[in-house]
Every structure is written in structure tokens, then in C-alpha cells.
Design a protein around this ligand. Structure first.
Ligand SMILES: [Zn+2]
Ligand SMILES: [Zn+2]
Length: 291
């Protein structure tokens, strides 16, 4: 875990190397800082998994919970939502008018945040659609504001659940052992071991060094990667069997503190390049909000 000060330093360093990211990182770094501050205030009881159920999950290599089972600290999430609306209003020109509408909705009690949070957690299309229609705000923006606000609760819950994973050291699957969601990026640690990070709960887990994380393809002829001489810390793994890609950060090549979500935002050009080459990625919740 890195400190807020380190997060800020890493963000400043990236901005220096890649000036085109200035405004997007100005906005996201403030969001990440607000999320980290919010995380410290969270009060949640732990999700309990009964021993019999845990055995079944372990035997069948199933994730510990479904994402709908994460608990949310409603109070803290609502406060963070208001903060994020203010940040978007000030620092994200393309989001600012909708951010003001959301603030209005909060002020006049026409926006029930619990409904939004639960719709995201339960992955329910209908309530999201209805909220989107009634507020006249695109669904992906509602998901952005809502998910960003509940994320610290989800991370906290996920960290508590990690205690149940100590008996499953050989999980090594392409989906999150905590909640079953896909990885949105990976990294190589100082020893060169490959880890993945969950797009939903941010849990990080160890996987095999080689092979496609999505389809288990191990055929070298179908696995490629690309990288850029000027940014040796990033590499994009491509699979010609399932046509998916994943961004990998090589910590051995990086001389700033590693905050995964920051690197993810700072590598949107690699997402574009992979998608131009015809590869797709699996669900990422923050990427599709253009500023
Ligand atoms: Zn997860
Ligand atoms: Zn694959």
C-alpha cells in the first residue's frame, strides 16, 4: 500500500513524461486521493463464509463470494459521491454538467444513492436504465460515479475476505478468487512473478508466468505482446486464440511507487493501440468515461 503523498509523486512523474495525460491525471489523481481518504473512514462488519460452504468453494476453485455480496458503508459512500461530483464539476469538463445535475438530485432528494449503489453491485440493468432515464444521464456515467463511490467499501470487504484464501494457495485462475470478476491489468513483481488485479474488488493474485490469462492458451504461436521503447515498464499481452489483451506493468522496470489504478489510466494509449489491432478487453469500470 502506498501513501497519498507517494501517489501524488507518481502522478506528477507520469505527467512530466507524458504531458498529454496532464488533465486526465489531474482529475483521476484527485479521485484516487479522495477514495483513499474515504477508505480510512469505512466501518464494515466482515462477510462471513460458513466452513462447509468454504470447503465446497475451495474444492471447486470457485470465488469466495458473488459481487452482490460485498457490503457497502452507505454513509461514507454517499459522502464520497458528493466529493466526486464536486471534483468532476471542477476538473472534468465533459462530466461537469451531469455532475451538477447529480448534485441537484442529491440536494432535492430526487436521487436515491442506495438504489444506484445496489444496482451496480447486483449488476441490475433495469434499475440502472430507469435511473438513467429519469436523471437524463448516460448509464456508463452513472456507473462511473456510483462505482467510484462504493469502491473503497468493496476494497475493504475484499481485504477482509483475503483471510479465507490462505488455504487456496494454488488457485492461479484468470478470474478473481474473491469475487470472480476478470482482471483489468497485471504486473510482474521484483522476482518476475505475474500477478493479476481484479477489475471490481482490486484483489491481486498470483498466476502462471506464461499463457493467456483469459483462455488458458499456452500455444506460443498464438501469444504475442507489444511494448514501446520509451516506456519499458509496460507491456501488452495479446492472445490470438480468444483475441483479448491485458496490460502488464513490469515493476522491475519502474522507479516510482506503484499505484495500479494510476498506471491503468496513464496507459489508455495502449488500450487504444490494442483495440486498433482488433483485440478486446474484459469489463473495466472506469475507462469509458471520456473527459
Ligand atoms: Zn475481485
Ligand atoms: Zn486467450
Amino acid at each position: 500500500m502506498i501513501t497519498i503523498e507517494q501517489l501524488k509523486q507518481s502522478s506528477d512523474l507520469i505527467k512530466k513524461f507524458r504531458p498529454s495525460y496532464q488533465s486526465i491525471l489531474d482529475f483521476y489523481t484527485r479521485i484516487f486521493m479522495a477514495q483513499e481518504e474515504s477508505r480510512e473512514k469505512i466501518q464494515l462488519s466482515s462477510v462471513i463464509i460458513e466452513p462447509d460452504l468454504l470447503k465446497i468453494k475451495q474444492k471447486n476453485e470457485l470465488p469466495l463470494i458473488d459481487q452482490s455480496e460485498f457490503l457497502i458503508d452507505l454513509n461514507t459512500a454517499e459522502q464520497l459521491f458528493d466529493t466526486i461530483c464536486n471534483l468532476a464539476d471542477t476538473f472534468a469538463p465533459n462530466l461537469s454538467s451531469n455532475a451538477r445535475m447529480l448534485k441537484d438530485g442529491r440536494h432535492h432528494h430526487t436521487l436515491n444513492l442506495e438504489t444506484l449503489f445496489l444496482a451496480i453491485l447486483n449488476n441490475q440493468a433495469l434499475p440502472l436504465h430507469e435511473l438513467s432515464m429519469s436523471l437524463d444521464i448516460p448509464e456508463h456515467e452513472l456507473i462511473f460515479f456510483g462505482y467510484t463511490s462504493i469502491a473503497p467499501s468493496i476494497w475493504t470487504c475484499s481485504e477482509q475476505l483475503e483471510a479465507y484464501l490462505t488455504d487456496m494457495p494454488n488457485f492461479k485462475k484468470g478470474y478473481c478468487p474473491v469475487c470472480g470478476n476478470h482482471p483489468d491489468m497485471g504486473f510482474l513483481d521484483k522476482d518476475g512473478n505475474r500477478h493479476l488485479k481484479c477489475c471490481f474488488c482490486a484483489h491481486e493474485w498470483l498466476v502462471k508466468r506464461m499463457g493467456c490469462v483469459f483462455c488458458d492458451n499456452n500455444d506460443k504461436d498464438n501469444l504475442h505482446y507489444f511494448f514501446n521503447e520509451e516506456e519499458k515498464e509496460y507491456r501488452v499481452n495479446l492472445c490470438d486464440n480468444c483475441h483479448k489483451y491485458i496490460k502488464i506493468v513490469d515493476l522491475r522496470q519502474m522507479d516510482r511507487a506503484f499505484y495500479p489504478k494510476l498506471e491503468q489510466i496513464a496507459t489508455l494509449h495502449l488500450d487504444m493501440k490494442a483495440s486498433e489491432k482488433g483485440y478486446t478487453t474484459t469489463g473495466s469500470l472506469t475507462h469509458d468515461v471520456s473527459l
